[in-house]
Design a protein around this ligand. Structure first.
Ligand code: SAM
Length: 459
C-alpha cells in the first residue's frame, strides 16, 4: 500500500480540480501569443493554484483514508465478501484514484460493519476523578508546575480507580501492594501506596537516574514501602521474581497498574498478568488498571510478532484474520494510522475527521483482545476514558476486578456518588498521615536535571 502521507505522485492527480476562477483572468482573452517563459510561469501558477485547491479540499487526506480502507479490505478478503454487497465487492477491484467524500464515507461504514468492535472509543464512559482531589494530591508532592499540570490529573484518575478496586482496608491494614508495571520514577505507585496504606512494587526494565527515583526522597518511615524489580516485563515470571518479594513483606493482595507502556508494553503486562493469575497465585490479584498508549508503535516486525503471539488465541481476531499471517497483515494496515487520532490535536495538524474515525476504529480493534484477556481473568472488566482528551490524547484505560470493585471504580467519576466522596476522604487521610510524618509535601523535583519541556531549571 502506498504511504498515505506520500506526496510524490501528486502530479498524477492535479488536473482533477478545476482552477477556473483562481487565476483572476477571463477565459479565452489572450491578447497576444505568450512567450515560452510566460507560458511556463503561467503553468507554474496554475499548478500552484491547483495545489491550493486540493489543499483546501483535503484531497490528499481523503485519499489516504480511502487507501487505508482498501488495504484493510485486501487484508481481510474473506470477511469483506461476507459483509459487503456484490456491488461493493466489485468496487474493491477498482483502485479509486480520486475518491469522493461519499465513497470514503461508504467505505468507512462498510469497514465499521465488518470489524464490529464491541467498545468504540466514542462510546467509552468518561470516568474522571473528582476535581477536588487535585488540590489534595498537589499538597502531597512537589514537582515542577508544568509537570504537575500534565500528570497530576492523570495520576489522580488512576489512583481513584485503584482505590475502588481494593477493599476499603484503610491506611493501617497492611498486606496490600500496588504493583506498577512500567513504573518509571515511581510517583504514581508511591501515591497509590500512600492512598491504600500499603506497599508499592515498581517494575521497570530501566532504573531511572537517582534524582528521579522516588525512594530516595522519602522519609525513613516510608522508604521500606517502595520495592523495585528491575527487568523487562516480557521476561518476568511473577511466581519467581515478584511473589517472593511480596511474601517477604507480608503482602497478600495486589492491584496491578500499567500506565502508558508504549506499543506492546501493555500486551506484555497483560501476558504476565495472564500467566500469573492462571498458574494459581500465592497472593490475591484484586484488579488491574491499565492505561494504554502509542499503539502506532506496534509497527515493527518484532512488535507485530509480539502482539500476534500474545493474542493468537483471541476469538475476535481469529474470526477477522483466520491465522497469524492474516493478523500480521492486519497489524501492518492499522498500526500505521492509529496515531491520526492522538496527533489530531497537535498544532498545525491537518488530520481530518474521517482520519480520526479510522484511527479510532483501529485502536478499538487492537484494544478488544486486551479487554478480552482481562474479562477472562476477572469477574468484571471494562474500558473507560480516564481523563479528557485535552489532558492526554492517550486517555483509554482498561479496568478489571471484582464486580463490586469495577462498579465502584466507575462510580468515582460521578461527583454525586458515594464512591467519589469516599475516595476523596481516603486521599485526605493519606495526605494528613504523610504531612504528619514529613511536615511538608514530598520533594519529587529531579534536582540537577534540566528539562526545557517542563520549563524546569534543575533547582
Ligand atoms: C511512558 S513511561 C510511563 C511511566 C509511568 N508509568 C507513568 O505513566 O508516568 C513507560 C515506562 O514503561 C517502561 N517500560 C516500557 N516497556 C517495558 C517493558 N517491556 N518492561 C518493563 N518496563 C517497560 C519504560 O521504561 C518507562 O519507564
Amino acid at each position: 500500500m502506498a504511504d498515505p502521507t506520500d506526496d510524490n505522485d501528486i502530479e498524477d492527480w492535479l488536473p482533477v480540480l478545476s482552477f477556473d476562477g483562481f487565476l483572476g483572468e477571463e477565459d479565452g482573452e489572450v491578447a497576444s501569443k505568450p512567450s515560452v517563459a510566460s507560458r511556463r510561469r503561467q503553468k507554474r501558477e496554475e499548478r500552484a493554484h491547483v495545489r491550493l485547491a486540493h489543499d483546501k479540499a483535503r484531497t490528499r487526506e481523503l485519499r489516504a483514508v480511502h487507501q487505508v480502507l482498501q488495504a484493510l479490505q485486501e487484508a481481510l478478503p474473506n470477511l469483506w465478501s461476507r459483509c459487503s454487497s456484490a456491488d461493493s465487492g466489485a468496487r474493491q477491484e477498482k483502485k479509486v484514484k480520486h475518491p469522493t467524500e461519499e465513497e470514503v464515507e461508504e467505505a468507512l461504514t462498510a469497514a465499521a460493519a465488518a470489524l464490529q468492535v464491541e467498545c468504540p472509543y466514542r462510546r467509552l464512559p468518561q470516568i474522571f476523578a473528582p476535581q477536588e482531589g487535585l488540590e489534595i494530591l498537589s499538597s502531597m508532592i512537589d514537582r515542577p508546575p508544568k509537570y504537575q499540570e500534565k500528570y497530576l490529573a492523570q495520576e489522580w484518575s488512576i489512583l481513584a480507580k485503584v482505590w475502588a478496586l481494593a477493599p476499603n482496608l484503610g491506611p493501617r491494614s497492611g498486606g496490600l501492594a500496588v504493583v506498577d508495571i512500567g513504573a518509571g520514577n515511581g510517583s504514581l505507585a508511591l501515591l497509590a501506596g500512600l492512598l491504600l496504606g500499603g506497599h508499592a512494587v515498581l517494575i521497570d526494565h530501566t532504573l531511572p537516574p537517582e534524582p528521579m527515583r522516588v525512594e530516595a526522597r522519602l522519609p525513613e518511615q516510608y522508604r521500606d514501602r517502595i520495592l523495585r524489580v528491575t527487568g523487562d516485563v516480557g521476561d518476568l515470571d511473577a511466581s519467581r521474581e515478584i511473589e517472593p518479594i511480596l511474601e517477604k513483606h507480608g503482602i497478600r493482595q495486589v492491584v496491578v497498574i500499567a500506565k502508558h507502556l508504549c506499543g506492546t508494553g501493555t500486551d506484555l503486562a497483560l501476558k504476565l498478568l495472564r500467566r500469573w493469575c492462571s498458574n494459581g497465585t500465592r497472593v490475591e490479584v484484586l484488579g488491574a488498571v491499565i492505561a494504554t498508549c502509542c499503539m502506532h508503535k506496534i509497527n515493527t516486525s518484532e512488535e507485530k510478532e509480539v502482539f500476534a503471539d500474545i493474542h493468537s488465541s483471541d476469538s475476535y481476531l481469529r474470526k477477522l484474520t483466520g491465522d497469524k499471517d492474516g493478523l500480521l497483515s492486519l497489524l501492518s494496515v492499522c498500526t500505521r494510522c492509529v496515531a491520526w487520532r492522538t496527533t489530531a490535536g497537535a498544532e498545525a495538524s491537518r488530520i481530518t475527521e474521517k482520519q480520526i474515525r479510522v484511527a479510532e476504529m483501529f485502536e478499538d480493534l487492537l484494544q478488544q483482545p486486551r479487554l478480552k484477556i482481562l474479562q477472562h481473568l476477572f469477574p468484571s472488566a471494562t474500558e473507560v476514558a480516564f481523563v479528557p482528551f485535552k489532558q492526554s490524547p492517550q486517555n483509554r484505560c482498561l479496568l478489571a476486578g471484582s464486580e463490586l470493585g469495577v462498579r465502584r471504580a466507575l462510580a468515582t467519576g460521578d461527583a454525586g456518588a458515594g464512591a467519589a466522596g469516599e475516595v476523596l476522604a481516603a486521599l485526605a487521610s493519606a495526605r494528613d498521615s504523610l504531612l504528619a510524618v514529613n511536615g511538608t509535601a514530598l520533594d519529587l523535583r529531579p534536582h540537577g536535571m534540566v528539562s526545557t519541556r517542563f520549563d524546569y531549571d534543575g533547582t
